[in-house]
Design a protein around this ligand. Structure first.
Ligand code: BES
Ligand code: MN
Ligand code: ZN
Length: 496
């Protein structure tokens, strides 16, 4: 897909180059083109027909004065404001334009996209990631697609930097983009197709491809292990539950194992505490946490960081039948803690409770869980920020740093002693799964904290960020694949 070259061969048709504001005289490749076009680029700039404003794209036709048939000039805005995020956006913008123009091949003048704040390797990473993300198309089930399939088959990267280093950076960026896209695809799939069993099959496929250890616990094994919280949620279902574990051992000299836990509710009706007819639509996406973890594992499989990782995904749907669990039920979790179920729609924390305990059984010394856990986090933070809670500031720092690096912002919510008291306020059991609507994103987190216990833990509530209703430069509306990249980056950079 990518080629790297240091000069044009004379056979290229389409060139893409970037232009910062106030770059006069023109530099690099664009200066050379301007010369062959007898100052035409400079003239167009002066007239305002070419703009260096961020996200502006101009297309010029050399009409035989160079071997190129067309040149796209991508406005990059002010050099001072340029960085990895801006670059990803600009590359996504250009990719969308090329797709719209049905260009399947192009050369990109990478060095024109670098600055004091973005070196060639970072630019290459941003380019490859953006190419994957911006080209993503939802896998639908239409007999006839609304649009013809569009794809960029070959992108040649023109740069004076070391070709093998650039290739490595392109590989990393593409892996991040593809892992995110896989997460998007899982989230967009309807629950009649993506059952717990199918999610387990996807995990097995990753295990085969990358040599992970894979364990899928069936209902009987969960019963033996006493996973009463997980089983309560599955109790009304016709679909067998799966506790999915993937293990990646990338560092035998380390005693640390990072546990990634992802909520894998394939559909959330709410159970007997049933959702409204509008609130239930979209609940096929309630496995966004599982998708993020599997997307991260795909990236890890590609990039092979020197870390040990155990990924645990509790998967079932949450539905109603004569056998379903009910409000007022008291259940016993794998940890031994008893839980009074006051709301069957607070099912995520139940399956996660046993999954967190199980990740520790598999040797997790650090934990990050990801879940579409509460509507409360959407009320608190909206759709741009993932809510986060922790019992360990040092671990939280590492997760935030990764989230910043990936452009997936997180924002911390507190868990106070009083919050913990509320979670323990049940008359009937050690914990209540729903101690009232006040601060309920925090209640869910405070509940999970009781299962993380002393293990350093960060919780990410992606209910507001896993799906978007807006198309962007880096993808269509629908699943975002949020946190796949952040988790993978956190793992790549993890230090004790
Ligand atoms: N899966 C939902 C949370 C959710 C809501 C995700 C909207 C995406 C969009 C979760 O299981 C849930 O139902 N949470 C309840 C908790 C409440 C009953 C304490 C909620 O947030 O209303
Ligand atoms: Mn629910
Ligand atoms: Zn749910």
């Amino acid at each position: 897909m990518f080629k790297v070259m240091d000069t044009l061969t004379g056979n290229e048709e389409t060139l893409i180059t970037g232009l910062f504001k106030k770059t006069q005289p023109l530099q690099g490749t664009l200066a050379a083109i301007d010369e062959s076009l007898e100052g035409h680029v400079t003239a167009l700039l002066k007239e305002g027909d070419i703009s260096a404003d961020s996200m502006a794209v101009a297309k010029i036709f050399p009409l035989g004065k160079t071997h190129l048939k067309r040149i796209y000039i991508s406005g990059l805005g002010r050099e001072k404001e340029w960085g990895f995020e801006a670059a990803r956006e600009a590359f996504g913008n250009i990719v969308k334009r090329l797709l719209a123009d049905r260009k399947t091949e192009a050369v990109i003048d990478l060095d024109s996209f670098t600055s004091e704040h973005l070196n060639g390797l970072e630019a290459a990473h941003a380019l490859a990631e953006a190419l994957e993300l911006a080209s993503y198309k939802i896998k639908d089930y239409k007999h006839k697609s609304n649009e013809p399939e569009k794809k960029i088959e070959e992108l040649t990267v023109l740069t004076k930097e070391d070709a093998s280093e650039i290739k490595a950076a392109l590989f990393v960026g593409a892996a991040h983009g593809r892992g995110t896209n896989s997460a998007r695809t899982l989230v967009n799939m309807p629950s009649n197709i993506l059952t717990a069993n199918e999610l387990a099959e996807h995990a097995k496929m990753l295990a085969d491809r990358y040599g992970f250890e894979c364990e899928i616990l069936e209902k009987e094994e969960m019963q033996k292990l006493g996973m009463g919280a997980m089983l309560a949620v599955n109790q009304g279902s016709a679909e067998p539950p799966k506790m999915i574990t993937l293990k990646y051992n990338g560092n035998e000299n380390s005693t640390e194992t990072i546990g990634l836990v992802g909520k894998g509710i394939t559909f959330d009706t709410g159970g007997y505490s049933i959702k409204t007819k509008s609130g239930i639509v979209g609940m096929k996406t309630d496995m966004g946490g599982a998708a993020a973890v599997l997307g991260a594992m795909e990236i890890i499989g590609e990039l092979k960081p020197e870390q040990n990782v155990v990924a645990v995904i509790p998967s079932t749907d949450n539905v109603i039948s004569a056998t379903a669990f009910k409000p007022d039920d008291v259940i016993i979790s794998m940890s031994g803690k008893t839980i009074e179920v006051l709301n069957t729609d607070a099912e995520g924390r139940l399956v996660l409770a046993d999954a967190i305990t199980y990740a520790k059984h598999h040797g997790a010394t650090h934990l990050v869980d990801v879940a579409t856990l509460t509507g409360g986090v959407i009320v608190a933070l909206g759709n741009d920020m993932t809510g986060a809670t922790t019992n360990n500031d040092a671990l939280y720092e590492q997760v935030t740093a990764a989230s910043k690096e990936c452009g997936e912002p997180i924002w911390q919510l507190p868990i106070t002693e009083k919050d913990t008291k509320r979670v323990k306020s049940s008359k009937m059991a050690d914990l209540s799964n729903s101690p009232g609507r006040e601060g309920h994103a925090i209640m869910a987190a405070a509940f999970l904290k009781e299962f993380a216990e002393d293990t350093p833990w960060v919780h990410l509530d992606i209910a507001g960020t896993s799906v978007t209703n807006k198309e962007s430069r880096l993808g269509p509306s629908g699943a975002t694949g949020v946190m796949a990249r952040t988790l993978a980056t956190f793992i790549e950079n993890f230090e004790v």
